[in-house]
Write a protein that binds this ligand. Structure first.
Ligand code: SF4
Length: 450
């Protein structure tokens, strides 16, 4: 089945393109623009470097182009067309949530997590190896963490944060932040940061524990709008990559495609954005895409010569439970999804991440942990456990600390590297599943944009 028909079937609306936005164009498109204006090819190269390396925000500031070329582009209606950060809120933990407006006025949310979210840990990527370097060899470090992690402590931290902020919204299968164990300090406080990127305005998948699902599906983002969120955030944070603008802090940027939307229902734009982001100097090894389980896209992804790492939102140990909380399971069973995931050619140190939102009394009991272990037997898998929080209009129970601890311990004892995450930015509605274009209430702090 073709991806576009699947998207249509799931109620997805066609994407709209920003009119004459240069950001998002592939090299051949930029050459076409240059050719239409009677410019030599090297002008297209300069244009591409200004857009993706220097992250120019306006045609007028592209100093490598002569004034008459810039004026010609403007006269023909070309703009850089980067999404614009129109609202921002900062968490007590340093996380910043941005409302990002596209040129047609639609908005999505993008999250900046200084210190990283830990999502790359243990997945064997270059980024993970760098992180693990702080602890020694990557595989040793996975093993060490496996032995040392103490679920009750982490869960306690989660509860403290929840209690402190007392704002309750749902959490999703997506990555939330992690503890600070990898947060190696610098004079600026951190060496790495993670950006959580949205792929659609709203979402059609309708996971029952997710606030984003409440928005419904509005439209796909274009590749330029997906990568443009990253450019907008990096510009705001003045992060320099390579020869681009800004300062060299943090030195490592990781991306997680786990914001609003299902990236694999916007597959072509998502994959195009990966190439744009690589052109911006961020290697695919530092990107992780999370899917609710769109089978044809997983199979297509497995054949991509260049791809981010994969995270599957499992969230249940059997189809009956998963169907209840993730209706998409009626279309593709856990078994078919895992068979597809097993077809993914993994790098030597690469793991597939399985996200698992713990819902009290639904999927958090010892028999569920045993089923998860059976499902993942023989796989190079790691599990991120995410403790769900109650949210308005979402009818689930929070798991008890004891159940979380037992579940975590059972997976570790079963040989699966397992991490129980505490969310980043929950107080500003920036944690997983909280991205609903939420207006931040008092006493949360709005910070200046721009
Ligand atoms: S959890 Fe992800 S896939 Fe599911 S409804 Fe929310 S945004 Fe969509």
């Amino acid at each position: 089945m073709k991806m576009d028909s699947i998207a249509s079937e799931m109620g997805q609306m066609a994407g709209t393109s920003a009119a004459k936005a240069l950001f998002g164009m592939a090299p051949e498109e930029l050459r076409e623009v240059a050719a239409r204006m009677g410019l030599p090819k090297y002008r297209a190269t300069q244009l591409g470097e200004a857009l993706y390396k220097q992250r120019a925000v306006s045609v007028q500031e592209i100093a490598t182009l002569p004034l008459e070329v810039r004026e010609g582009l403007a006269a023909q209606g070309y703009t850089v067309g980067l999404p614009e950060i129109v609202q921002a809120a900062k968490s007590v933990d340093g996380t910043e949530r941005y409302l990002v407006r596209m040129t047609d006025g639609e908005t999505v949310e993008t999250v900046w997590m200084p210190g990283g979210d830990g999502g790359e840990r243990g997945d064997g990527s270059e980024a993970a190896v760098e992180q693990e370097g702080e602890f020694g060899d990557a595989e040793d470090a996975v093993e060490a963490r496996t032995q040392k992690q103490i679920p009750p402590l982490r869960y306690g931290m989660t509860n403290n944060l929840a209690g402190m902020t007392n704002n309750l919204a749902g959490m999703t299968n997506n990555l939330a932040g992690m503890t600070n164990m990898g947060d190696c300090g610098t004079k600026d406080g951190y060496k790495r940061a993670t950006i959580c990127v949205s792929s659609q305005v709203g979402c059609a998948v309708n996971c029952q524990f997710c606030l984003t699902a409440k928005l419904g599906m509005r439209r796909n983002l274009t590749a330029g709008e997906i990568a443009g969120q990253v450019a907008a955030v990096l510009n705001r944070q003045r992060v320099r990559i390579g020869s681009g603008r800004g300062v060299q802090t943090p030195s490592r940027i990781n991306l997680v495609f786990m914001g609003m939307g299902e990236p694999f229902l916007n597959y072509d734009a998502f994959m195009h954005s990966v190439h744009l982001l690589r052109a911006m100097g961020i290697p695919e090894s530092r990107m992780t895409v999370s899917t609710s389980g769109i089978l044809p896209a997983i199979l297509q992804f497995a054949n991509e010569p260049v791809r981010p790492k994969l995270a599957l939102s499992l969230n249940a140990s059997n189809d009956a439970v998963r169907e209840r909380i993730m209706p998409v399971t009626r279309k593709w069973s856990i078994a078919t999804l895992l068979a597809a995931v097993r077809s993914l050619p993994l790098g030597k140190r690469e793991y597939v991440t399985f996200e698992y939102v713990l819902l009290g009394g639904i999927n958090d009991q010892p028999q569920h942990a045993r089923e998860v272990l059976a499902l993942l037997a023989g796989m190079k898998a790691k599990v991120n456990l995410i403790v769900w929080n109650p949210g308005p209009g979402i009818d689930f129970q929070q798991p008890t600390p004891a159940d979380v601890a037992v579940f975590h311990r059972m997976l570790i004892d079963g040989g699966i590297p397992t991490f129980t995450r505490r969310p980043r930015g929950r107080d500003i509605y920036a944690a997983c599943g909280q991205l609903k274009r939420t207006t931040v209430p008092e006493p949360l702090v709005e910070i200046a944009t721009g």
